[in-house]
Design a protein around this ligand. Structure first.
Ligand SMILES: [Zn+2]
Length: 152
């Protein structure tokens, strides 16, 4: 619907190859973990974090018909079931399958979100950043050039 008061701009909806178009949504949860073989005695004890996580989705095909990389509601539907596995739980190396560091959790989330995005043409999970505290986070990301083994 045209609105004569709307600002007129030209937006091709496609992106130049040099541009990276990403959308990021933030998620939060509370959880406890215990790290094996940590140099920090505190990390070896059961302790908790107020986790914050940024999930970033990249589009190689510009925006969709709605002008979006991905509807944030869809991203929420993909990520919330993953977070439910962590929220208000106590995670150990035995229950998680590897030492439950933020790094390993980020790698797990990257894999799960990547799998879920395969049904969307041109979308992939380009970055997961997990904050354990206000000062400490880890990031797992794909480089600017998508590796050939990533299926789109
Ligand atoms: Zn910790």
């Amino acid at each position: 619907m045209d609105n004569e008061n709307a600002t007129k701009i030209t937006n091709p909806g496609r992106i130049e190859p040099a541009l990276i178009l990403e959308a990021t949504k933030v998620f939060k949860w509370e959880g406890a973990h215990q790290l094996k073989d940590s140099h920090d005695e505190g990390c070896q004890r059961i302790h908790g974090h107020s986790y914050k996580m940024e999930v970033t989705v990249c589009s190689t095909e510009g925006v969709n018909e709605m002008g979006m990389v991905v509807d944030f509601k869809i991203l929420k539907e993909i990520v919330e079931p993953i977070i439910k596995q962590f929220d208000h739980t106590f995670i150990t190396a035995e229950s998680f399958g590897s030492n439950p560091t933020a790094e390993n959790m980020a790698l797990y989330v990257m894999s799960e979100v990547g799998q879920a995005l395969k049904v969307f043409s041109g979308l992939y999970c380009s970055k997961i950043r997990i904050w354990e505290t206000d000062n400490c986070n880890v990031t797992v990301r794909y480089p600017k050039e998508l590796p050939s083994n990533v299926y789109l």
